[in-house]
Structures are given as structure tokens and as C-alpha cells.
Design a protein around this ligand. Sequence first.
Ligand SMILES: *[C@@H]1O[C@H](CO)[C@@H](O)[C@H](O)[C@H]1NC(C)=O
Ligand SMILES: *[C@@H]1O[C@H](CO)[C@@H](O)[C@H](O)[C@H]1NC(C)=O
Length: 345
Amino acid sequence: MANILYSALYIVNSTVLKYLKQILIFILGTVALFLIYENFEIGCWNIVALGTTSAAAAEHPWEDPGPYHVAYPRNYKVIMDDTPSCKTTTPFLILMVPVAPGDVAARDTIRKTWGGEKQVLGKLVKTLFILGLPGGADAQQQQEKLRQESQQHHDLIQSNFQDSYRNLTIKTMVMLEWLVAHCVNASYVIKVDSDVLLHVRNLVKLLLDPSTAKQNYITGVVWWHSPVLRNPFNKFYMPRDVIAEAEYPPYPLGMAYVMSLDLPGKILGVSSQIKPIYIEDAYLGMCLKRLGIPPTDPPEQTLFIVDPSHPLSSCSLSKVIATTTTSASQMISYWERSRQPEAKC
Ligand SMILES: *[C@@H]1O[C@H](CO)[C@@H](O)[C@H](O)[C@H]1NC(C)=O
Ligand SMILES: *[C@@H]1O[C@H](CO)[C@@H](O)[C@H](O)[C@H]1NC(C)=O
């Protein structure tokens, strides 16, 4: 019995001895890795800290906005603006198109269709494009192309934020700031997405109508009860801890909204009190609610079509103000048809 016990102990002992070296190496290795990781973390924090102590950032201590907020959307500058628009003339209506820096094709399509219309029903109309900085490996070449495009067309306004879908709220804020700084004497602005066909004549007609308000006016496809989407897989997901309410305040959809030019200043005025979310149009609604200025429904439901069933008839096209399109060629053919006098309805 003792013998058996002894030999058992011996086996255990020799096994422990045999693996002791490996066990020690494993423990030391783990400790070493842990120490390296800790140092690395501290190193990174140092870099972040150094970054934020630079002069510009010192005024606005860096704070991670998280994925649903947008940091400091009023912190950006216009870095390219060769537009004479509001400096030498006073347009009645400004057509403001947010567009991706690389999307020359969309800009050219708009320039040769509705964006090229300058005098409409005797009113001066101006088309401008607003964009941020190009990204990617060829950002510098893209920027050079933009500079040339600006020299040729004089219709680009560029700001120094990184252009991206998640930064659209910044784009809208920069647009409002630019309007306040340069175009307060214009009467109206429409913010219109680059895939939208605009019927400028119908828009001017609406704006000249005596029943259209000249102040505190914002219209488009108004969503009066837009639910806050809680499905994390949805493009517009918004968690409860960011927005607790079940619905956003009423807002006109981002595809195309028209506003009187007293509003940009008023919206900017309250926007500093409302933490910006990445959903640009819903954020506008939050600012409007704070102002106590509700959006206005358009006089006819046929004027703004967000989700049309294509192809649109000549009759529909003759009545529309803004409708989304699916391609440049569709935009061109719709525009040509919308210009034909007297569509049969
Ligand atoms: C938004 O713009 C800021 C400033 O240019 C940039 O730091 C940030 O990465 C951008 N966000 C996205 C999601 O592109
Ligand atoms: C806007 O209009 C006011 C009053 O008519 C005028 O004094 C001002 O110079 C105009 N501003 C611009 C930028 O045209």
C-alpha cells in the first residue's frame, strides 16, 4: 500500500517537475504581455492627451460623441467658396444641394437640368453645392479636381469636415451658417438632395403664392409622427438612452425642404441647446420644436414625392415640386418632360 502511494507521488512529482519550466514560462509570458498592453494603453492616452492640448482643441475639450451624436457641428469653417451668388446679387430662391465631394456626375446632371435655371417667373434663382472634405487615398487629387471645378462653375461651397453619411448634420449646420453669413436678403432656400428632380417653376409658383408664409415657413414631406427606430439593424437606429421619446418632433424629410430665410439664424440660435444627433432632418425637427415653429404641410400632397412609383406620368411631373429619381438619365428625361407645356391630365 505504502509502496503504491509512494510511486503515485513520484509520478505526480516528476510530472510537475517536467512541466514546471513550461508553467513558469507561461506565467512570465502572461505577466509580460499584460505589462506591454498596459504601457501601450498609457501610450495611446498620452497621444490623445497631446492632441487635445493643441490651441484649437483646447477651447473645445475632446469628447467622444458616440455613434449617435455628432461632435461640435458648428465648429467648422468654409475653406472654398468662389460663389458670387449672394455677394453681387440678391436671389429670390437658393437651391442648396448637399453632395459627396466625388460625385461630379450628380453635379453635372443638376447643372444641365434644373440647376441651370436662373430666371424663373421673373425671379432670380441660384444653385449651389455644399460638400465636406474628400476622404480616401486619393483625397489630395480629389481636392485638386474640386478646386478646378470651383474655378469653372463658381457654385461649390466646401467646409473642412470629413464628408460622410454620418456627418450630414454637420453639412446642414454649415449650410445654415453660410446662409446667415451671406444670403440673409434672399427670400427662400430649398435644401435638396442630389438625386432629386426639382420642378423649379412649380416651387417658385408656390413661394410667390400669397397664401405662402414669408417667415417661419418650412415645408416638404412633413413627418408628423416619425417613430424613433429601435431595431439595431435599421439604418436609422437610435437607442433609448440617446432619445427616450417614442417619436421625433415633426420634421420635413431631408430629400427636399424649403424654408424662409429668417429660419437659418433662428435654428442655429437654438441648436446649441440641443445635442445634435446624426439624423439631419430629425435634428432639424428637434430645433423647430424648441423654437415653437411647426413645419407646414404643402398645399397638395402631389408636390413632394419621396417614394414615387416610376415611371412618373407627364401629368404627375407637371404637378410635382420635388421627387426622388433612380438615375441621372431618369432625372434628365423627367426634367425634359416636366418642361413641356400643358401635360394632359
Ligand atoms: C465627421 O467629421 C469629423 C471632422 O472632420 C471627423 O473627425 C469624423 O471622423 C467624421 N465622422 C465620420 C463618421 O466620418
Ligand atoms: C441686405 O439688405 C439690407 C437692407 O436692404 C442692406 O442694407 C444690406 O446691405 C443687404 N445685404 C446684402 C448682403 O446684400
